[in-house]
Design a protein around this ligand. Structure first.
Ligand code: ATP
Ligand code: MG
Length: 454
């Protein structure tokens, strides 16, 4: 069954049950109150009549007395123990009552009885006759007025129940439309996406900011993210294949050169082997970097240990100076040893990525500054090189992004360094800030939580 029909059915059914329960309770309470009050009135009247009859029995004949007390729609009768009853006196509309068998009671009786499908109040009161014997004065009175009122009430309540169901049905229809419309539109959009393979969004109408609207917004947001990721992925694959194509082309052209003239020209042979070798190394490095990026952080086997950061930087600077023969100045603000909890190898790799950039994109001295405030330790890598233009700043962390393609290619860059740095920083829980002004220089700040020593 469709959601819409389910909502309609359940709401209407629940409301009908609720209305029935309310109306039945109202009807039964009202009918009980009415009938009790009728019986009460009949009983009070009976008390009065029996008193009057008891007093007047000697003076006025029994026949006249009973006749004068016949109820409007009922019967009065004196019933004796030995069944020597006087004939009953009935009102014009209640002659049939006289056919009802009379019963002698020793006590007072006040009850409602049903006779020939009509409801009567029945009152029986012991009285003392002239001869001293005990008899019952019995009055049976129709409760037609009350039953008429009750049947009108019944009719009114049935009508009210049926009428109240109309707005319930209408509102449940509106409600089901309200709920199912966005859902069906979402299903339609999803089917469209599946069939066409294109990213589509929901049309969000109306000003209401309810949960369904939020669901639509979330769906659109999710599609936005998927599209961005999909585009990035596409870009990545095309960039990666483009990057690998260049060294492969170089290798191929040198290899064919070798095939044709390599044996005859030793100089060409050496040059070709050299080029093939260096391109193969570049490709190997690039694939290693790509594999690292493709792997999830959990597979990186991060080992967090308490580390003396000043020591680590000193070692790194020494190694870097030896490898590239560049001026690097390490400045530590206050000379107390600083400790952070991190993965030593990964932090070293991070420092290498930034130092490598500073080396490639500047010619002067590179500065490394180490300091701390209350909770954090900061490491700044400062160069006074070419800097990065403001419009390129948000993109430099993207994979394969290089500001000056020709220049960084010449320097062997593939545009993966900073994206790897971002992944490493996320994995070891440090923050990276990049401040750069084109033509002035670049400052990279690494922020890490300080381990407090007592
Ligand atoms: P790779 O690091 O993979 O060898 P790369 O250095 O070109 O190559 P990234 O380290 O990701 O790649 O840097 C991206 C780009 O950002 C660089 O190509 C360069 O244009 C710019 N860049 C990065 N660091 C600096 C810097 N310190 N000064 C100037 N430009 C920089
Ligand atoms: Mg780099």
């Amino acid at each position: 069954m469709k959601l819409r029909n389910k909502i309609n059915l359940y709401t209407a059914f629940l409301f009908a049950i609720l209305l029935l329960i309310i109306n039945i309770t109202v009807y039964y309470s009202f009918s009980k109150l009415t009938l009790d009050s009728e019986l009460n009135t009949a009983h009070n009247e009976m008390k009065k009549i029996s008193g009057n009859i008891g007093k007047s029995l000697g003076t006025i004949s029994e026949d006249i007395l009973l006749r004068s007390y016949v109820p409007v729609n009922g019967m009065i009768q004196i019933v004796t123990k030995d069944k020597n009853d006087s004939s009953p006196y009935t009102s014009p509309g209640a002659h049939d009552l006289s056919k009802r068998e009379s019963v002698f009671y020793s006590n007072e009786v006040s009850k409602a009885i049903e006779y020939q499908d009509r409801l009567f109040s029945f009152e029986s009161m012991p009285i003392i006759l002239q001869d001293g014997s005990i008899a019952n004065l019995q009055i049976t009175k129709s409760m037609e007025t009350a039953t008429n009122i009750l049947s009108i009430l019944r009719l009114v309540l049935i009508m009210v129940t049926l009428l109240a169901l109309i707005p319930v049905l209408i509102s449940s229809r509106i409600l089901s439309d309200l709920i199912t419309k966005p859902v069906t539109s979402m299903i339609r959009t999803m089917t469209d996406i599946r069939e066409s393979g294109a990213f589509k969004r929901l049309k969000l109408e109306g000003s209401s900011k309810d949960e369904l609207f939020q669901m639509g917004q979330t769906f659109n947001h999710m599609i936005d993210l998927l599209e961005v990721n999909f585009d990035k992925q596409k870009q990545f694959v095309s960039n990666a294949s483009h990057e690998l194509k260049t060294p492969l082309t170089i290798i191929e052209s040198y290899a064919s050169l070798l095939k044709r003239r390599g044996l005859k020209e030793p100089k060409l042979f050496l040059e070709s082997i050299e080029a093939i070798h260096s391109e193969a190394i570049r490709m190997k490095e690039m694939t290693e970097q790509l594999l690292m990026l493709a792997r999830h952080h959990e597979q990186w086997k991060i080992e967090l240990n308490e580390l003396n950061i000043s020591q680590l930087i000193t070692q790194t600077v020494k190694a870097f100076k030896n490898a590239y023969n560049r001026d690097i100045e390490f400045v530590q603000k206050n000379h107390t040893p600083l400790f952070i909890e991190t993965d030593e190898k990964k932090l070293k790799q991070l420092l290498f990525i930034f130092l490598d950039n500073a080396r490639k994109y500047s010619d002067g001295t590179i500065f490394i500054e180490l300091g701390h405030d209350q909770d954090e330790v900061y490491i700044k890598i400062i160069d006074q090189g070419i800097g990065i233009h403001e419009s390129d700043l948000p993109k430099v962390f993207d994979r394969f992004y290089r500001v000056d393609k020709a220049r960084s290619r010449k320097q062997g860059g593939s545009g993966l360094g900073l994206s790897i740095a971002k992944e490493i920083a996320d994995a070891i829980g440090v923050l990276i800030h990049l401040d750069s002004v084109a033509g002035t220089g670049t400052t990279i700040t690494i922020l890490s939580k300080k381990v407090k020593k007592l």
